[in-house]
Write a protein that binds this ligand. Structure first.
Ligand code: GAL
Length: 415
């Protein structure tokens, strides 16, 4: 009798401990495409296994513009979610406003300063303290191609922009759409920055990190705008308003030959059961082999009152850095782990190329932050660049010379 009573009371204690610890985290993110959802579900499941409740707050719209608008209105109303997908310099903006919570204890326990490359850990800290946890590193300057279409068109995979237009002419003549593209400002910016990168990492950094006026107005930038506008002739007429993953599906389905897009596109190929090197091929965007525009996804944690929610937040941050999570998540997402020294064997050749370029680029200056994906400049400057780039792409009469002038002025006004 006594034994049973004892057993029951220890059971009661352990249940109480678990309940005291279990909390709800509301997570705001924009991962709603096939590959993205498969990735975030890995984290959702792990949190649920830990006994926590995951309240999903998904705001559709790749690139996160809509998600950020929703986040701002929740924060203004005094009710931000416990965790939100916030990246790059924007983390600093939220830190300045005093919204974020300290993750130093978890970071110390998990030795984040040791297991993360500095280029990643720097972004996760506000005022020297961890306030966000990274899940991955995306390489943005990729080109995804359908090899069957290239074969049918008798075209070769381009490694320069000149070659790109040669191949695109053949592909068009063979009746296919050369370039799969969608109609969102961030997609335009993704293509635009890939073209800028092909002018060299120094040029890219002077323009989008240094915001150097002479570089922004120079001949190389005029040339970048010209090349950018020229791609418009190789995009199908239905591109306006199209989501990025629908553009990816055009390459998957054999309607379009190429897409210039970060490696979240690979998540779509993977979700469709396609294999790298067989069903599709990945190459650096023309003229950018060995270069790497990085885009680090992270969840920043907001201050919440509820103690259980605080515990759940800390657990979430801890789980995100676990090697098993980093592996499974990134196999689905198309990116590479944010953690250093992870086993490479389960990753495909595209991921290997990305890992190599990341490591090599760290010491050569070829590892640069993506402007289009919120890694290089404040959200104000980024918005100003988006506006000029998108207006230019959709305005037949604006010249490249006018565009660089508008770009330089818009950046100056938003700095
Ligand atoms: C990026 C994000 C990626 C990917 C993409 C499209 O901003 O970093 O993870 O999801 O948007 O939604």
């Amino acid at each position: 009798m006594k034994k049973i009573a004892l057993g029951l009371s220890s059971l009661a204690i352990s249940v109480a401990a678990a309940t005291a610890h279990a909390g709800e985290v509301e997570v705001l993110h924009w991962w709603t495409s096939g590959g993205e959802a498969a990735s975030i579900n890995v984290l959702k499941d792990l949190m649920t296994e830990e006994g926590h409740t995951w309240k999903d707050f998904a705001v559709a719209g790749g690139g996160g513009e809509s998600a950020m608008t929703v986040l701002k209105s929740r924060a203004i109303a005094g009710n931000p979610p416990a965790a939100a997908q916030i990246k790059g310099p924007t983390i600093q903006e939220w830190g300045d406003l005093g919204f974020l919570t300290n993750l130093d204890a978890v970071a110390e326990q998990g030795q984040w300063d040791v297991v993360l490359p500095q280029v990643v850990s720097d972004v996760m800290k506000y005022d020297g303290h961890y306030v966000a946890a990274p899940v991955n590193v995306h390489r943005v300057n990729w080109m995804w191609a359908n090899p069957e279409i290239f074969k049918k068109a008798g075209a070769s995979i381009p490694t320069t922009w000149d070659q790109f237009f040669e191949a695109a002419d053949k592909i068009k003549a063979a009746g296919f759409t050369p370039l799969a593209h969608g109609g969102q400002a961030w997609q335009d910016a993704t293509l635009f920055e890939a073209i800028a990168l092909s002018k060299g990492s120094q040029f890219y950094s002077a323009a989008f990190v240094g915001l150097d006026d002479a570089t922004l107005r120079g001949d190389d930038m005029i040339d970048v705008f010209k090349t950018f506008k020229k791609t418009r002739d190789y995009v199908d007429s239905g591109f306006s308003g199209r989501d990025w993953n629908i553009a990816t599906s055009m390459v998957i389905n054999g309607d379009a030959a190429m897409q210039i897009m970060g490696d979240w596109a690979k998540g779509e190929f993977t979700a469709a059961g396609k294999k790298a090197g067989i069903d599709y091929v990945c190459y650096a965007a023309p003229g950018t082999s060995g270069q790497f525009t990085f885009n680090i996804d992270s969840l920043a944690m907001f201050q919440v009152d509820d103690e259980n929610a605080q515990g759940a937040q800390q657990d979430l941050a801890k789980l995100m850095l676990e090697p098993t999570f980093q592996e499974t998540f990134n196999l689905n997402k198309g990116s590479i782990p944010a953690r250093l020294n992870m086993p490479r064997d389960k990753f495909d050749t595209c991921a290997h190329a990305s890992m190599d370029a990341f490591l090599a680029g760290s010491s050569t200056g070829d590892l640069v932050p993506s402007m289009a994906h919120g890694m290089a400049v404040s959200s104000m400057v980024q918005g100003a660049i988006y506006d000029v780039v998108t207006n230019f792409y959709n305005n037949e009469s604006m010249t490249a010379e006018e565009a660089v002038d508008r770009l330089a002025r818009a950046i100056k006004a938003s700095m």
